[in-house]
Design a binder for this molecule. Structure first.
Ligand SMILES: *[C@@H]1O[C@H](CO)[C@@H](O)[C@H](O)[C@H]1NC(C)=O
Ligand SMILES: *[C@@H]1O[C@H](CO)[C@@H](O)[C@H](O)[C@H]1NC(C)=O
Ligand SMILES: *[C@@H]1O[C@H](CO)[C@@H](O)[C@H](O)[C@H]1NC(C)=O
Length: 664
């Protein structure tokens, strides 16, 4: 707007102020806007002034908020007072909040119900019962005695001040009690240790045919466990399954899976019959815990109670088995389903991919179409993940084609998956094309593209992209730095790597993880800066792990530094004394330095320990046939063919490059 010279008005400014401190705009921007408002003579508008006060309060800049508030010419509006009373209360400055309440009263401000409820909440939190009673008087004097909102706040205030009888008094004065009032009273009893009274109120609630909600159930459970009365709930009615369900799914949403399962067991014990929504939540709790034992118990329950035909229940069973690594069980559930939905197909596709069978995911994808379903963005993202992991470019292009032809909604996950797929398949050009035409880009998008350039040896482009990312306002994370460091490593850019490593800590406050350290050791070691690499390892604030010492050992081997290599090997063998391949690196170092005695000693000690050198292994899949190759092994039935082809290739290559490159 400013660039186009469109003048913002009070309304646009107050909207902007309202979104400061939401993660996009911060207090800095808030202050800048305040400056703009002062410079452009907007001040004096009560609406805007309130927005400024509110902005400072939510940014935690209470002194600024007070200054602006204090200078207001006209303080007759209750809104700005409410903002002040509420802001100070929220930051835990209850005394200030109550003082503001008194000031407002002296200025004869016309209060609203929120003014009382905020002040009462400050009284409750600071357990200031006498101030609370004053507010109670004000409530009556100003005619709010029949406002249920204010009365519930009064009740809660008395309960927090441990005046349960006063809370009760309020409760019985309210004639038309909504669920909130019942809940407030039950929780007042629970929090004051009066479990029986809580249950009594709950009984009254049932007599009055008030349906319970999630809060009610939670409080009742606290009180029944308080008095060890687990079967109290057996008087519950059918509809309580909704309340139970909302508690269980609430726990799942907050990753409290144990609690969710505990609730489910209590529900079962109380004879409340679950519905399919509850079953989906419970199964997802088992996947969250990756606990296949509980999961298969629940599966048994599902079959006994006839839920196995429910598509959502079956899909979550597949997800559960898949996350726990029980592919067979997942397949059994899948093939046992007479009617499948897109959700089930998607679950199965991601199940194969997650369990190391990406080819199966790829094969399943066309079947979705054959069954008459339209793949959605979830199907596409999963199958692209599978395709990336085996670098199957043609399949990837086919899926990309589906995506375009079927006009499937292309969300940011799909586009990220496409970028990743093209990068993994070596098609940087396509990845870049999608990247450039994509809006908005998220952190994953930038990280993938940076990693893409890095792994294709285009370190400078990766760095340039990093700058672009920063100027587009996206904050890098530890993955970004790992991509950058590894791209410096691939290109051997030592200084750039060191600078990045520094700025990661000092400028961005990101603590390096082991992978970052390994990258740095690799970068220094490969370039032959062995002493520097060792110094770096010694200065690490965490215990170096095997990969650090292994990297140092390999670097020493490449640069023939026996002394440091032995030291690295000692540390490595201390961590992993029985891994044969660790000895082999040291053995090779001795061999290459022609230290035959040492090599012979080491070989002997390996033999004593019963350690073997495992051969390197590689395989290739051609036309559904897998050929495995082991180093030093010539047992493949097609050895002759293979070597003939290799030799021919070798000859042709030497011809092509005019002997400029020696082919080994
Ligand atoms: C409000 O006014 C009364 C009487 O005028 C005075 O005693 C009291 O100190 C004032 N309270 C505040 C917070 O200013
Ligand atoms: C560093 O680069 C080399 C050469 O490209 C690579 O083999 C090695 O795995 C890289 N190290 C790390 C930690 O990425
Ligand atoms: C090498 O080149 C010859 C002649 O151009 C050709 O017949 C042969 O197939 C090539 N070898 C391979 C392995 O491509």
């Amino acid at each position: 707007m400013q660039r186009l010279d469109v003048k913002p008005d009070e309304y646009s400014l107050s909207i902007l102020l309202g979104v400061c401190d939401n993660g996009i705009l911060g207090c800095k921007e808030g202050k800048q806007m305040h400056g703009y408002i002062l410079r452009n003579m907007f001040n004096g508008d009560p609406f805007l002034d309130t927005a400024i006060v509110d902005m400072y309060l939510s940014c935690g800049q209470l002194a600024y908020a007070w200054c602006v508030f204090d200078k207001l010419g006209d303080k007759s509006s209750v809104v700005v007072w409410n903002v002040m009373i509420g802001g100070f209360c929220e930051k835990g400055l209850w005394e200030c909040s109550l003082e503001l309440y008194s000031l407002a009263k002296n200025e004869s401000v016309k209060f609203l119900s929120t003014s009382f409820s905020t002040a009462l909440s400050a009284c409750g939190s600071s357990e200031d019962a006498s101030f609370g009673m004053q507010v109670h008087c004000d409530v009556i004097k100003m005619g709010f005695q029949s406002n249920p909102y204010v009365y519930t706040s009064l009740l809660t205030m008395y309960a927090k001040c441990k005046l349960v009888e006063d809370a009760e008094g309020i409760f019985y004065q309210i004639l038309d009690k909504e669920i909130e009032v019942w809940n407030a009273m039950i929780s007042a009893y629970v929090n004051n240790g009066c479990a029986y009274d809580a249950l009594e109120i709950y009984n009254q609630m049932r007599v009055n045919a008030i349906p319970s909600d999630a809060f009610t159930i939670l409080n009742i459970f606290s009180s029944t466990s308080m008095i060890g009365l687990h079967d109290f709930g057996s008087t519950m009615e059918e509809r309580d399954v909704i309340a139970f369900g909302s508690v269980i799914s609430g726990f799942c949403r907050n990753s409290k899976f144990e609690e969710a399962l505990g609730f489910f067991r209590a529900m079962e014990a109380d004879g409340v019959k679950p519905d399919s929504d509850v079953m989906v939540s419970v199964i997802s709790a088992c996947s969250g815990l990756e606990n296949v034992d509980s999961g298969s118990q629940i599966h048994g329950f599902v079959i006994k109670n006839g839920f196995q035909l429910d598509l959502f229940v079956a899909s979550s069973l597949i997800d559960m088995y898949s996350k726990c690594g029980f592919l067979d069980s997942a397949e059994k559930v899948f093939s046992g389903m007479q009617h499948k939905s897109l959700v089930t197909w998607n679950s199965m596709i991601s199940c194969y991919c997650r369990n190391g069978l990406p080819e199966h995911s790829i094969k399943l994808f066309p079947q979705i179409l054959q069954q008459g379903f339209h793949p959605d963005s979830v199907s596409i993202t999963s199958v692209l993940g599978a395709i990336s992991s085996v670098a199957a470019l043609i399949q990837g292009k086919i899926v990309h084609g589906y995506l375009t032809r079927l006009e499937i909604r292309c969300d940011i996950q799909v586009e990220n998956a496409l970028i990743d797929m093209y990068i993994k398949c070596g098609f940087l050009k396509y990845a870049r094309y999608i990247f450039q035409n994509m809006f908005p880009k998220d952190l994953v998008t930038w990280n993938s593209m940076i990693a893409g350039y890095g792994s294709h040896g285009e370190c400078l482009k990766a760095m340039r992209l990093f700058d672009e990312m920063k100027s587009s306002g996206i904050r890098p994370d530890d993955v970004t730095f790992l991509c950058l460091l590894s791209s410096c490593n691939h290109s051997g850019l030592i200084e750039a790597g060191q600078n990045l490593f520094q700025s990661m800590k000092t400028e961005y406050g990101i603590e390096p993880k082991m992978e970052h350290y390994v990258s740095m050791v690799d970068l220094l070691g490969r370039a032959g800066h062995l002493d520097e690499a060792y110094e770096f390892v010694r200065s690490m604030p965490v215990e170096p792990d095997r990969s650090i010492w292994l990297s140092l050992l390999c670097a020493c081997r490449a640069h023939r530094n026996v002394e440091l290599g032995e030291l690295a090997a000692q540390n490595l063998l201390k961590l992993e004394p029985s891994t044969g391949s660790n000895y082999v690196h040291l053995l090779n170092l001795y061999g290459e330095a022609e230290l035959w005695d040492k090599a012979a000693d080491l070989r002997a000690s390996m033999k004593d320990k019963g350690l073997k050198k495992y051969p390197g292994c590689s395989w290739i899949e051609v036309k559904n046939r897998v050929d495995v190759f082991l180093s030093g092994d010539s047992s493949s039935p097609r050895t002759t063919d293979i070597y003939e082809t290799l030799n021919s290739l070798r000859r042709n290559m030497s011809k092509k490059v005019d002997n400029h490159v020696s082919v080994d």
